[in-house]
Ligand binder design. Structure first.
Ligand code: PAF
Length: 281
């Protein structure tokens, strides 16, 4: 596995490649990232994993400064997973001049759900991903479903800008107790870690109720949020949406998704569960 820190080295290594698969990451890798590398390997070669903690997608007071930088351990995991190239640029390599041209995600997607609590976040994500796409010029790129809204933002960007890139969606990887794997789980204290699977359990309860025919979505989501608040969480949102559009579920919805974001202490966790609906709701 080769490791590059500059765009020039990366470009030289990828010259002539037409089947590259990209796995964009911010590092501090876990089994979820490894599964994305494995997915990417099935669809392209060489596999490039980028490791870059993107300042544009963090708001004031968020964890940009403290986000774990673990390059050596990340490279060990990527090498074991069969990754071919790691691209680990620093901020001046990605943003050699102030990034005054940015991707503006439609308000309906950018300011909803997580975007309502993280202003500018999805514009920052879309901008860096577009830059990575231009630097790597992949044929396919893999993103995790845990960041469900991010996945839809990227898909829509690719569609609207006619980017010739296939977007692969990797399933959320979970710990044995159901907690979705996340680089931020490491922030949890032992007692918070023990309580953290409650978010997934509440989403699973919504999914079970919907599958059983309950159509009182607001009541279901409200009850889940209350349970979490009573258990000491600070809930940003619990919502049931159409999985294809993230708009409210309506009669045309075939696949729904229950999504939640909530804080335990200082750690913000997100999760979601898709719900296949045989019949229109
Ligand atoms: O999902 C992430 O880790 C980041 O948002 C991404 C896609 C690498 C962009 O910085």
């Amino acid at each position: 596995m080769r490791i590059f820190h500059t765009a020039a080295e990366l470009r030289a290594a990828l010259a002539g490649e037409t089947g590259t698969a990209l796995v964009p990451t911010m590092g501090n890798l876990h089994a979820g990232h490894v599964s994305l590398v494995e997915l990417a390997k099935q669809h392209g070669s060489p596999v490039v994993a980028s490791i870059f903690v993107n300042p544009l997608q963090f708001g004031a007071g968020e964890d940009f400064e403290h986000y774990p930088r673990t390059l050596a351990a990340d490279c060990d995991k990527l090498a074991a997973a069969g990754c071919d190239i790691v691209f680990a640029p620093d901020a001046t390599e990605v943003y050699p001049v102030p990034q005054t041209f940015t991707v503006q995600v439609a308000d309906s997607l950018a300011n909803d759900l997580c975007g309502a609590f993280r202003p500018g976040h999805f514009n920052g994500v879309a901008t860096v991903v577009l830059k990575l796409f231009n630097l790597v010029q992949p044929r396919v790129a893999a993103f995790g479903k845990k960041d469900f809204q991010q996945l839809l933002v990227i898909r829509e960007m690719v569609r609207q800008f006619n980017l010739p890139i296939g977007i692969l969606a990797g399933d959320t990887q979970r710990e044995a107790d159901g907690l979705a794997m996340s680089s931020r789980n490491g922030y949890l204290s032992p007692s918070e870690r023990a309580r953290a699977p409650a978010l997934q359990r509440e989403l699973a309860a919504i999914a079970a109720a919907v599958r059983a025919g309950d159509r009182e979505y607001e009541a279901l989501c409200g009850a889940a949020a209350r349970h979490l608040e009573m258990a000491g969480w600070d809930v940003d949102y619990i919502a049931l949406r159409d999985a294809a559009s993230l708009r409210p579920v309506d009669a045309a919805t075939r696949r729904a998704v229950a999504l939640g974001a909530a804080r335990l202490g200082k750690t913000r966790l997100i999760d979601n569960l898709e719900i296949a609906l045989g019949n229109p709701l």
